[in-house]
Structures are given as structure tokens and as C-alpha cells.
Design a protein around this ligand. Structure first.
Ligand code: PLP
Length: 379
């Protein structure tokens, strides 16, 4: 099956009892047993739910994995993955990481005796130099949020294999339409399904997808023991969302290119970050590991004044100021005061997160309207 066919058909079967073409919302907490242990594979909805099973199977196929697990949020998925580690274990990650991931690593798990290293992963020597006998995991996010840096997943996988480490890839920005980390050697793909996968800004959910049976067992055990599961109605919404993932992503990419080119030529714009631009520092890696470049763009204004950025954000008509990304509607954000406010200012500057940096999630509206909105807002 090609990608679009998979997005529509993978994991879902018409309902065997009624023929309903859409997977029903199995709004039930428990399942009848005819005799103790004699059931149809479902005992209790923390462990399994048929709507969730359909979504998990669809996700596994889209990411070329064997098993999918859906969580109550992207953060819950990260939580479930990190819980595989023990006090004393170390994780190497990027210094340009989603703010929530940075927060759970440093404000929650560090207190449980885990150690996290943040480095510029665009140079794999930085990664390898941090490996020691306590290292267990490499955590990659690519493209990164919000600087749109690209990390070489295959290169990280080589380092991980050499030192027997788990490689986790947060594939939220790229989606399986643009990039399949398992094919590039990652052990676990993690998603905030809240973003492009669900695609309509109406649900919060996360996922982990793996090939390995043992790894799946471990993650499923932790999830069932700790309980961070999504409800069946939310699973239904994500299932519906991914049926149009390929069509939406094509338009996101197309609009993303037009917006990036527009900003690139704008006299008031200092810098544009979009992996599809030939002068992006890791464009060559993006070209290797991604099928196209997506609709996430960051840019910095000339003079780098926070006030100027705030004025632009207030003037936008279609780019709505809001946290989150990946929905059909265009959104804009100001990482320094919003998503990345939890990162200390000093760390932010060190990682290249300027005060006037504006992040756009370019939606799938008509491009003429989006460009006109940028024109009036930036002036
Ligand atoms: C949003 C996001 C998360 C967290 O997911 P939630 O669904 O908001 O809990 C993790 N990683 C990235 C890259 C994200 O954008």
C-alpha cells in the first residue's frame, strides 16, 4: 500500500457486528466474560479498547512499525518512555528541544535520579563525546522546535547501535508522511498526535511506535500500570484525522514553501528557518531523510526587538496567536514568551532562540490570503 491508501485503510476493519464503515467509539470501561478468563481479548479499557486498538494499528503501519501505543497526551507518551530507565541512567538530547520535553526531563525526572545532557546534535561528535557507561538513551527531535534544525537520525542510530543505546525520535513535526525514523534506525518513534496527526486542533493525544516485541511489552506494561490512556472518543477523532494526513501535509508543505520564500525576500526579516531552503545549515540532511519540508517556519526580525515581534503578532488576521501547531488553520507563536518560557533566558539565548523569533504553523488556507496577512502584519 502507498502512503495515502494506508492513511485511509490501515488498521481499520468495518465493524464485524453491524458493518459500520467507521470504527465505532467503544465508550465502555469493561467487557463481559462468559466464564473467568473467557473473553474476546478485551477485559478493561485501561489495558485495551477496540477504538484505541484500531488507531494503534493504523499508527504502527504508517510508521512502518509493528506496535503502536496511544497515550493521553504527547507528554504522557514521553513519560511512559522515560519510565523504562532507572536512577543513575543518562540520556543525551538536543539543546533545541520542545519546551515541555525539557521541562519533564529537568523538573521531574532529574529528581528521580536520571541525568540529561543537552547538546548541539547537528554535530554527532557532540553526541558521542557524552556517551559513558551510564548512558541508556539518545532522544532526538527533528525538525527541532522552534529553530527547525535537522538532526541526522541515521547518524544518531549508528552511535546508538555502537554503544547499545535506545534511540527515540520525536516525529511530531515531520509526521510519517515526511519521515519514518524506524526505517532510519530509531527504536521508538514518539508523537504528539495533538498536532499534524489529528490535524484539527480538537484533541490532545500522544503515541509511541516500535518494531521490537520486547520493547512494546515493556512500554505496554508501564502504560497499563501507570494508566495514562486516551479515551475512545479522542481515539476516534485521531483516526478520522489521519485519513486526510497525506492531503493536508501536501498543502502544508506547499504553503510552507511559499511563505518561506516570501519571508526570505522581506526587507524587515533578518533570518528564516525552514529546512527546505537551500541555505539552511542542514538542508542536505533534510533532503536525505525527509520527503518534503513541512509547514513549520521560524523567522527573526531585523533588530531583534521583542516589542516589534509582539506588534507583528497582534496585527495578524489569519495567523492566530496560540500555542500548538499542525492544525488546518494557520497559527503563530512567540516561543520566548510562550512555549519556551520555561527555559531560562540564558539557556534560550545560548540555543539561538532570539527574542523576536516568531514561529509559524502554516495552515492549509489559500496561500494568497496567508501572504497578504504576512504583508500587512510585518509591513
Ligand atoms: C506538542 C509537542 C509535544 C507534547 O505533546 P502534547 O500532546 O502537547 O502533550 C512533544 N513534542 C513536540 C515536538 C511537540 O510539539
Amino acid at each position: 500500500m502507498k502512503f495515502g491508501t494506508k492513511a485511509i485503510h490501515a488498521g481499520v476493519e468495518p465493524d464485524p457486528t453491524t458493518g459500520a464503515i467507521m470504527t465505532p467509539i467503544y465508550q465502555t470501561s469493561t467487557y463481559v466474560q462468559r466464564s473467568p478468563g473467557d473473553h474476546k481479548g478485551y477485559e478493561y479499557s485501561r489495558s485495551h479498547n477496540p477504538t484505541r486498538t484500531a488507531l494503534q494499528n493504523a499508527l504502527a503501519e504508517l510508521e512502518n512499525g509493528q506496535h503502536g501505543l496511544c497515550y493521553a497526551s504527547g507528554m504522557a507518551a514521553i513519560d511512559g518512555i522515560i519510565r523504562m530507565l532507572k536512577p543513575g541512567d543518562e540520556v543525551i538530547s538536543t539543546n533545541d528541544l520542545y519546551g515541555g520535553s525539557y521541562r519533564i526531563f529537568t523538573k521531574i525526572f532529574q529528581d528521580y535520579g536520571l541525568k540529561f545532557h543537552f547538546t548541539d546534535m547537528s554535530d554527532l561528535n557532540n553526541v558521542e563525546s557524552l556517551v559513558n557507561e551510564n548512558t541508556r538513551m539518545i532522544w532526538v527531535e527533528t525538525p527541532t522546535n522552534p529553530l527547525l534544525n535537522i538532526i541526522d537520525i541515521k547518524g544518531c542510530a549508528e552511535v546508538a547501535k555502537k554503544h547499545n543505546l535506545l534511540l527515540v525520535a520525536d516525529n511530531t513535526f515531520a509526521t510519517p508522511f515526511l519521515q519514518n525514523p524506524l526505517d532510519l534506525g530509531a527504536d521508538i518513534v514518539m508523537h504528539s498526535l495533538t498536532k499534524y496527526m489529528a490535524g484539527h486542533s480538537d484533541v490532545v493525544m500522544g503515541a509511541a511506535i516500535v518494531k521490537d516485541d520486547e520493547l512494546h511489552k515493556k512500554l505496554a506494561f508501564i502504560q497499563n500500570a501507570c494508566g495514562s490512556v486516551p479515551g475512545p472518543q479522542d481515539c476516534f477523532l485521531v483516526l478520522r484525522g489521519i485519513k486526510t494526513l497525506h492531503v493536508r501535509m501536501e498543502r502544508h508543505c506547499e504553503n510552507g514553501r511559499a511563505v518561506a520564500q516570501y519571508l526570505k525576500n522581506h526587507p524587515k526579516v533578518e533570518k528564516v528557518m525552514w529546512p527546505g531552503l537551500p541555505d539552511h545549515p542542514s538542508h542536505h540532511i533534510a533532503k536525505e531523510q525527509m520527503r518534503s519540508y513541512g509547514g513549520m517556519i521560524s523567522f527573526v526580525l531585523k533588530g531583534d526587538q521583542m516589542d516589534d515581534a509582539i506588534k507583528v503578532l497582534e496585527r495578524f488576521k489569519y495567523f492566530t496567536l496560540a500555542e500548538s501547531l499542525g492544525g488546518v488553520e494557520s497559527l503563530c507563536g512567540h516561543p520566548a514568551s510562550m512555549t519556551h518560557a520555561s527555559i531560562p533566558s540564558e539557556e534560550r539565548q545560548k540555543a539561538g532562540l532570539s527574542d523576536s523569533l516568531i514561529r509559524l504553523s502554516v495552515g492549509i488556507e489559500d496561500i494568497e490570503d496567508l501572504l497578504a496577512d504576512l504583508e500587512q502584519a510585518i509591513g
